[in-house]
Design a protein around this ligand. Structure first.
Ligand code: NAD
Length: 298
């Protein structure tokens, strides 16, 4: 199988290296020449254009920032569809809305191309370790053809339905993560103001019904360590809540909690926390009511 990987960012780069390590032929492309140059020695080859990559690949993976870019890369004049052979399989692993993947997949059909959505969870560490959770939407036979490739990239692989269903479940997951983290941040602020230490809240709540993944994964590692680099960026969480709000309009499902949580991340962006881990939203309350939630380590 000849694989082309478009988008060599935090996620795409380790995925390309893992596929190469598993013995696939791997061609790469990114708008940033420097990352292609950096990687081309370690993979089968770097490409100067999407068209060059498409001509060399029978399966194409994309890991791109947002739906607008995915659509342009796929359907543009110099894009994947116009330059791929019939029968090519395209796997979009970006986090985008279900509606967007469905629209792009419909266009792919006109070119005789199979398009599936396969967003991931597990972050950069999961991408590097090849332990991602991969949520796939697409036809059964297409899924089974590329399943071995998913087994290189991830540990938990779910085929959850037709095109768009992978994006849908990823969207639901990240809606919960974003809302849980926003709830944890304001709860910590209230607790501190009421005289509780962050340590005691962690100890008691982690054994009580208010516990969550946000508490387990974020409180000690980021908030108590006062170290917000790495992790899952505020910008990405903000984008993912935006995807859910877009779907809420398309499907006419009110999402009042998500809409409020999205404003918390918007506030964090206004404070310049864009690239910091999403748990850095506690800084909003630290500044607003002059309390300390973050630990003192850094
Ligand atoms: P990133 O910003 O690090 O990488 C995106 C890459 O796409 C960059 O290298 C950029 O130069 C490239 N790019 C942009 N426009 C392009 C174009 N027109 N043609 C080719 N390349 C182009 O992002 P990331 O963190 O690697 O995330 C990729 C996707 O995975 C996103 O949709 C993100 O939401 C999702 N995701 C990220 C994480 C994470 O922890 N970083 C976790 C799960 C899912």
């Amino acid at each position: 199988m000849k694989i082309g990987l478009i988008g060599l960012g935090a996620m795409g780069k380790p995925m390309a290296l893992n596929l190469m390590g598993a013995g696939y032929e791997v061609y790469v492309y990114d708008v940033r020449d420097e990352v292609v140059k950096e990687l081309e020695e370690k993979v089968t080859g770097g490409c100067k254009t999407v068209a060059e990559l498409a001509s060399k690949s029978d399966t194409i993976i994309s890991s791109l920032p947002n739906a607008k870019i995915v659509e342009a890369v796929m359907t543009g004049e110099d894009g994947v569809f116009k330059n791929s052979r019939q029968g090519t399989i395209i796997i979009d692993m970006s986090s985008v809305s279900p509606g967007s993947s469905k629209r792009i997949a419909k266009k792919a059909e006109e070119y005789g191309i199979d398009y599936i959505d396969a967003p991931v969870s597990g972050g950069v560490s999961g991408a590097s370790a090849g332990t991602l959770t991969i949520m796939v939407g697409g036809k059964d036979d297409t899924f089974f053809k590329v399943k071995p490739l998913f087994e290189v990239l991830g540990k938990n692989i779910y085929h959850v339905g037709e095109v768009g269903c992978g994006d849908a479940i990823k969207m639901i997951n990240n809606l919960l993560l974003g809302c849980n983290m926003a709830a944890l941040a304001e709860a910590l602020a209230l607790g501190v103001k009421c005289g509780l230490s962050v340590e005691i809240m962690r100890e008691v709540i982690s054994k009580s019904s208010g516990r969550s993944y946000a508490l387990e994964a974020k409180l000690e590692k980021f908030i108590m360590a006062n170290s917000y680099s790495g992790g899952f960026a505020v910008d990405l969480q903000h984008k993912d809540l935006g995807i859910a709000l877009e779907a809420s309009k398309e499907e006419a499902v009110p999402l009042p909690v998500t809409a409020t949580a999205a404003q918390v991340y918007e506030t964090a962006r206004a404070k310049g926390l864009n690239r910091r881990d999403m748990s850095s939203i506690v800084k909003i309350w630290e500044d607003l009511i002059e309390i300390e939630i973050s630990g003192k380590e850094h």
